[in-house]
Design a protein around this ligand. Structure first.
Ligand SMILES: Cc1ncc(COP(=O)(O)O)c(C=O)c1O
Length: 369
């Protein structure tokens, strides 16, 4: 009998311990300055994040959902428009589309990569289609050459959902630098996570950036002078200060995630379906997702061994209760639906130890197949 060991799904305390002095100083500095709303750390972090992603602009916002919604609004997407995205995404992608008054049109994924199927995308385009939101799901950039070619052919706006792909690369450039704009989430467990909610929009478009600066701050051009019907969605100064401390570590953390993913894959590929990472793509493994026919039994066995796992996502977007008005039904997206019944996300974070990986691999070797 092997001794049990708890393997959490993510371990933020392990991430924060080695940088706790820097984090404490950054927070104390904001408290001392008192510039809690749109303070100095926000401006600095926006400049640093834009440089990191490789875009002219980065605009901090309150959440990843808000980043998607405001990016659509900045490019004039709204009522009467259709926006295409993948059925296998977190619901925020779909809710952002409905929030601007547009209609979400969902399509199936490529079963090899879990990202939008470019042929299905092309087939869903009609005269009402205004935009597409490719989702770099699990940390793997979509087939951007194919998606951008379709978008160019039809004159569509492309908003990348990069909420799970901070730092990922597609042919040398970072995800988030390809579309008209991209949306990031700094939800605490993301590859780059805040101490609460936060989000960012990156773009090269000067006009859109100007509009986003109005949109996220009450449409305010000068204090108490409101040009457009904006909203309140600002990245907190405290969160920006935390994120400034973390950003220089991100590439190292992502490299560690890739090493852990390679270790899992080398030892699990003969038992379960392991993730595929395409040539020319730098996957950042926000999630390490396996597939197995006995998913529920495997998850139960791992739970008994104190290994935490999750399913991303058990119910595809088109079959969610909230999507009923869109009129989709079971069977519409076979690849997405087949995966939803088989996928399982294993513990994945930079600080995962070799002993923990061994323990997870051993537990899977014992699991039903
Ligand atoms: C793919 C995807 N899109 C959008 C979001 C929304 O981000 P947030 O939770 O910060 O609103 C998330 C994360 O939660 C996500 O995983």
């Amino acid at each position: 009998m092997i001794a049990t060991m708890h393997v959490p799904f993510v371990d933020l305390r392990a991430q924060h311990a080695p940088i706790s002095g820097d984090l404490d100083r950054a927070i104390r500095d904001v408290v001392a300055r008192g510039d809690f709303i749109l303070g100095a750390a926000v401006e600095r972090f926006e400049a640093e994040y834009a440089a990191f992603i490789g875009t002219r602009h980065a605009i901090g916002v309150g959440t990843g959902l808000s980043a998607l919604e405001l990016a659509l609004r900045a490019f004039g997407v709204g009522a009467g428009d259709e926006v295409i995205t993948a059925a296998n995404t977190f619901i925020a992608t779909v809710l952002a589309i409905t929030a601007v008054g547009a209609r979400p049109v969902l399509v199936d994924m490529d079963p090899a990569t879990y990202t939008i199927d470019p042929d299905a995308l092309a087939a869903a385009i009609n005269s009402r289609t205004r935009a597409i939101i490719p989702v770099h799901l699990y940390g793997q950039p979509v087939d951007l050459d194919a998606v951008l070619a379709v978008a160019r052919r039809h004159g569509l706006v492309v908003i990348e959902d990069a909420a799970q792909a901070h730092g990922a690369r597609y042919k040398e450039r970072r995800a988030g630098s390809f579309g008209h704009a991209a949306a990031f989430s700094f939800y605490p467990s993301k590859n780059l996570g805040a101490f609460g909610d936060g989000g960012m929009i990156t773009t090269d478009d000067d006009l859109a950036a100007g509009k986003l600066r109005l949109l996220h701050n009450y449409g305010q051009r000068a204090k108490y002078h409101h040009a457009i019907a904006g909203t309140n969605s600002r990245l907190d100064t405290l969160q920006a200060a935390v994120l400034r401390v973390k950003l220089p570590h991100l590439d190292g953390w992502n490299a560690a995630r890739r090493r852990h993913a390679d270790a899992y894959t080398a030892r699990l590929a003969h038992r379960v379906q392991t993730p595929t990472s395409l040539a020319g793509i730098e996957h950042v493994y926000h999630l390490y997702v396996i597939e197995t026919a006995q998913r529920d039994a495997v998850q139960q066995r791992l739970r008994e061994r104190q290994i935490d796992t999750l399913i991303h996502y058990p119910v595809p977007a088109h079959l969610q209760e909230v999507s009923a008005p869109l009129g989709y039904k079971a069977g519409d997206f076979p690849a997405t639906e087949a995966a939803a019944a088989r996928i399982l996300s294993l513990p994945m974070y930079a600080e995962l130890t070799e002993a923990q990986i061994d323990y997870v691999v051993d537990a899977l070797a014992d699991a039903p197949r």
